[in-house]
Design a protein around this ligand. Structure first.
Ligand SMILES: [Zn+2]
Length: 235
């Protein structure tokens, strides 16, 4: 059954992080939340760290590592974003729309929201449970932060949001692109906001060119000829 209600980034993070973890361990993790020391969490491209107080004043160093997103298709991302007004408006407000996630999945080959297999963690405690309660607590804390500041996911994935927006706003060499049909403010929605759309299919190079309206003059000529032939009144 498809889920219509949109799930917040924080809730998505929580679900991934607690998959297969029983309630007792979760409860133990939640109890630890107040003992996270300031500065609470340090988020950098590719990693997140925090210190937590353990038993008898011991301090645990907890960390989480995530693969940063590859930058090789970034020029294409910028070009597509220039034609995606609603995504840009959301990003400017610090929101991270699902559509942006899907756009990256299609162009870069990986969504912004990391697959669980791309996330690893470590803790200096000697508990047997994996992930330990400190890691669970760090995940919960990050889930809560994501609901307040969704853009922190971009920081973690190595995306410089301000730099990206600046590039998108730059008027540049895109004059060769044809205007959008019917004066639309953005590309037809290729990246639905709803849950459950597939994230797997990356666009081929040709599809990306189509998306950008980058079609060869020969193809345009051929289509025009066909259309003319079709509309010509039969004598
Ligand atoms: Zn631990």
């Amino acid at each position: 059954m498809s889920e219509q209600k949109s799930v917040s980034l924080g809730e998505r993070w929580r679900r991934e992080a607690t998959r297969g973890v029983d309630d007792k361990r979760l409860a133990a993790a939640l109890e630890l939340l107040p003992s996270i020391r300031k500065p609470m969490v340090r988020i950098r491209p590719g990693s997140m760290r925090a210190e937590m107080e353990g038993a008898m004043g011991s301090i645990h160093e907890v960390s989480l590592q995530v693969v940063t997103l590859p930058q090789r298709e970034w020029t294409t991302v910028v070009r597509v974003l220039r034609r995606s007004k609603s995504i840009i408006e959301a990003l400017e407000q610090g929101k991270v729309p699902r559509a942006f996630d899907r756009l990256l999945a299609r162009i870069v080959g990986e969504p912004l929201f990391p697959d669980a297999r791309r996330v690893t963690f470590g803790c200096s405690c000697d508990l047997q449970e994996k992930p330990c309660r400190h890691v669970l607590a760090l995940n919960e804390l990050f889930a809560r932060r994501l609901d307040e500041k969704p853009w922190e996911l971009l920081v973690l994935r190595g995306i410089d949001l301000h730099g990206l927006l600046a590039k998108v706003r730059q008027q540049s060499t895109d004059h060769d692109l044809p205007p959008l049909a019917f004066g639309a403010p953005e590309e037809p929605v290729l990246y639905p906001e709803a849950e459950g759309a597939d994230l797997d299919a990356a666009l081929s190079q040709t599809q990306v060119r189509w998306l950008l309206g980058d079609v060869s003059p020969r193809a345009v000529e051929a289509v025009k000829k066909r259309l003319e032939a079709l509309t010509k009144p039969k004598s």
